[in-house]
Each structure stands twice: as C-alpha cells, then as structure tokens.
Design a protein around this ligand. Structure first.
Ligand code: F6P
Length: 361
C-alpha cells in the first residue's frame, strides 16, 4: 500500500545544460514518488519548451528504470528561459501564460524542475505566479547558491582531472606548456578542483583576475629550476586584470575579437612571453557527457528521493540541497538570480598556493 501523499500528480522536466546524474535524479524522484507514494508522473520534454508546446507524456516505471548510469537526460533539455535570458529582461508573457495553461490542463499538483541557476530562478518566478514548484540543483559548474554541491560536478571533475593527467605526460615529453580550458563561465570551481587534483602549475578562475606577466614569470622560474614543462588550467570564464576592468559589453566584444576562446588566447600569449612552445586543449562538452561518477549517482539519487518526500508532504517552493553532510532543502528564492562563486578565502585557493601553484595574481 502506498503511503499517503499530498501530491497526487506532478510534472518533471530537465532544463539548461545537461550533466551526468540527471537520469539518476529522475529515477530517484520517479521511483520513490511512484512506488512509495503512488503518485502519477508526467514527463515534460525539453525543459520549459515542453510546457510551452504541450509536449508531455505519462511516465510509467518502464520509463525510469534502467537509467541510473545513463548520461544525458531521458526527458531532453533546452535553454528556454520564459522570463528572458537575464534578470533585467521583460518576461515573455505568452510563454509564461502557456506554461501556466499546460500546468493547469495537465492537472498537476506540482512541477519538479531539475536544473542550474537559470532553471531554479525560473522555478522561483513560476512559484510566485502561483505554481507549486520543487527544484533540484544540477550542473557541472557547482555554482548554485544554497547547496554545498550540485550533481554533475563530481563526474566532470573526474573527467577534467584525467585530462590534466594525460596532458602532463605529453607536455613533459615535449618540454611544452599545455593550456587546458575547462568549463565554468561564471565560477571557477571545476578548474580549481581539477587543477589541484591534477597538479596544475597555474590555475586561472573567473574570481581571480590574472596578469599574463605573472604567469609568464612563474613558468620561466619553473623552467630555470629544472621543470621544463608546465600545465595551465583555465576556466572558460577566467579574465585578465584588464578585462575585469571593462564593462560587460566591452568584455564580450573583446573576447569575440580575440577568440576562439580563452585557452587559445592564453596559449598564444604565454608562447610569446616565455618563448616556450605552447599548446591549447579545450575539453568542452566531454565534461558534460557520459556516465555519472559513483558520488554523483549517490547525490542525484538522494536529491531525487528527497524531492519525492517534499512532494508527498506538500512542501512546495523549495530547492533540494546538500547542507553539510545532510540532504535538506532551501527556499527557492535562495538561488534566485545568484551565482555561487569561489570565495577569495576558500581553503582550496590557499592549498593551491601552498603547493606552489600560480593563481595568476
Ligand atoms: O552547464 C553549464 C556549462 O557547462 C557552462 O560552464 C558553459 O558555459 C555552458 O554550460 C555551455 O553550455 P551550452 O553550450 O550548452 O550553452
């Protein structure tokens, strides 16, 4: 006999960039909601687009079993943002209205949204319009406010670290500098953690503007003391001191003109300033694909089952979160419109510096 539940029927969607662990989380929410509480589940295709275009289907256990280790998302995803790309934009009223209409047509008691900052922010705004929303924090960037970790991060960290390990041996063979660009547009968690795990000589993150002369000096000093190769780990959103002083529009223009991405630009600059052969590797979407790590499977499953418990008790307007060693939840307004950056006094920055890593400043 299923346990009594406030929520009888809910919709579930995945939005924003995908990451390993999404299917594990879907399985966690759906199995617990269905088997333990007897809820009906509507799968919504491609994030908020599925609500706008009424692209939905009833999910049965066959749909969410056997997906624990599967990469990507069985529901599909999109970067549809009905309230506009930034907080300053006007909402697309037609889209918001279509979402509300579909929600009520489907007779949903709640909508579960799995996503990053944008998705949980949209969830928060929809809950202000009167919808019942529960959010789950996912992203390889680990930059969601209100949770100590997001699922997807640990898998991407393992991929980034392995890539750095592999680059080490080839850099050493050729006495080269190799720059590896990792994802992380606004926050440097992934580059910092993978950089420390892989023993990067230089780690550049958006939170610490870099001076190319400081980096060049560090590489030359290492070469002088007998280490003829270097690994530079750079987050895609890292910026120079000069860029940090530009306004957003000018910075965007500068980046477009000096593309294709920061990894290549830094590699060119390092080669010019150090006279050492320098190569760039941009890891890109490899970081988001494939099977989740054991740790992400555990986190995603626990987040999923915690969401089912919130659904059952009718605790809406919450985002499931890792709080210390416990799974809890925070009000959806906590992550709204924010980015969780690496704090300047984070112990990992100090550890990196203590083992001789140059942080670019
Ligand atoms: O998932 C977040 C992220 O990995 C960012 O670090 C990166 O800027 C972004 O995705 C790029 O994703 P897309 O090309 O799918 O928009």
């Amino acid at each position: 006999m299923p346990i009594n539940s406030v929520t009888k029927r809910f919709g579930i969607l995945t939005a924003g960039g995908d990451c390993p662990g999404l299917n594990a989380a879907i399985r966690g929410v759906c199995s617990a909601a269905h088997d333990r509480y007897g809820m009906e589940i509507i799968g919504i295709a491609n994030g908020f687009q599925g609500l706008i275009h009424e692209d939905t289907k009833l999910l049965k256990p066959d749909d969410f079993t056997g997906i624990l280790t599967l990469g990507g998302t069985i529901l599909g995803s999109s970067r549809e943002k009905p309230y506009g790309p930034t907080d300053k934009d006007e909402p697309d009223k037609k889209k918001v209205y279509a979402i509300m209409e579909t929600y009520s047509k489907l007779k949903l008691d709640c909508l579960v949204v799995l996503g990053g900052n944008g998705t949980n922010t949209t969830g928060c705004k929809l809950s202000r319009e009167g919808l019942n929303i529960i959010g789950l924090p996912k992203t390889i960037d680990n930059d969601i406010f209100g949770t100590d970790r997001t699922f997807g991060f640990h898998s991407a960290l393992a991929i980034g670290t392995e890539a750095i390990d592999r680059l080490h041996t080839t850099a050493q063979s050729h006495n080269r500098v190799i720059v590896i660009e990792l994802m992380g547009n606004k926050a440097g968690w992934l580059a910092l953690y993978a950089g420390v795990a892989g023993g990067g000589d230089v780690i550049l993150i958006p939170e610490i503007p870099y001076d190319i002369n400081v980096i060049a000096r560090h590489i030359k000093k290492q070469a002088k003391s007998g280490k003829a190769f270097s690994i530079v780990v750079v987050a895609e959103g890292a910026m120079s001191v000069e860029e940090a002083e530009m306004d957003k529009k000018d910075r965007k223009k500068y980046r477009l003109e000096n593309g294709p991405s920061i990894g290549y630009r830094i590699a060119r600059e390092i080669q010019d300033k150090t006279n050492t052969e320098t190569r760039a590797t941009v890891l890109g979407y490899v970081q988001r694909g494939g099977i989740p790590s054991a740790s992400d499977r555990i986190l995603a499953t626990s987040f999923g089952t915690a969401a089912a418990n919130l659904l059952a008790s009718g605790k809406y307007g919450r985002m499931v979160a890792l709080l210390g060693n416990d799974i809890g939840s925070v009000d959806l307004s906590v992550p709204e419109g924010k980015v969780k950056n690496v704090p300047a006094d984070h112990f990992m920055i100090d550890s990196a510096r203590a083992v001789g890593t140059c942080m670019g400043d």
